[in-house]
Write a protein that binds this ligand. Sequence first.
Ligand code: ADP
Ligand code: ADP
Length: 225
Amino acid sequence: MPALELRGLTKRYDDGTVALRDFDLVIPDGAFFGLLGPNGAGKTTLISAVCNLIRITAGEVRVFGEPGDSLLARSWVGLAEQDINLDRFLTVRETLVYHGGYFGMTKREAEERAAEMIRVFDLEAKADVRAPRLSGGQKRRLQLARALMHRPRLVILDEPTAGVDFELRLELWRYIRKLHENGTTILLTTHYLEEAEELCDEIALIRGGRLLARDTADGLRERYD
Ligand code: ADP
Ligand code: ADP
């Protein structure tokens, strides 16, 4: 069963902009898949459609075989949006526990899972600090931890290292790789070719809301160099 299947996905915004045109894409279970394209290509729109954050104009989304708007499909997807949006009044631990509750975990489950995430993401020293007092790197780590709280099978990372310095980028890559090694399917968008090359098994090139090519990083280099 593929992790994600998009069939004829089309999104026309209210102002008439067509951000995705008849887009087909199948991402296998366990893949580390990159969506690479310039600003305005339609990457965020695609992700928003998969996560039910926008209404699609036409087409179909399936997550591990289930309709994308079903509760089951929603529970299988974890999202780290491009803009980190953390609740400024919640501590690191509270942010995670709250998110667990949102996905139906009991308080106890959520607290245990939050403690685990705090460990995995090296946030112990900041567990009881509120989000605005975290460094940029800590905020990114918390955002990733939040996306993973409910043990999603498919994790979507929208430009996870946009605007971060080189050192933090390497650090985030390390966490993301570990996640993939543990069996999670990853869909990552980026406009950095080197990031897609570094991390992804397979890459889809997207531009103007259409799929231009789908290949390994080496294959793409051969085609476009
Ligand atoms: P990317 O994530 O690849 O930068 P987006 O999906 O954000 O691309 O945008 C694709 C196209 O849709 C762009 O032309 C963008 O201006 C347009 N767009 C995105 N959001 C909206 C919106 N809410 N209303 C109208 N047009 C939008
Ligand atoms: P609230 O209504 O509490 O503000 P949000 O809708 O802002 O909650 O969601 C909080 C965070 O949860 C988002 O920033 C996003 O990272 C994540 N999220 C939202 N929708 C989903 C989803 N369908 N699957 C996984 N994570 C999601």
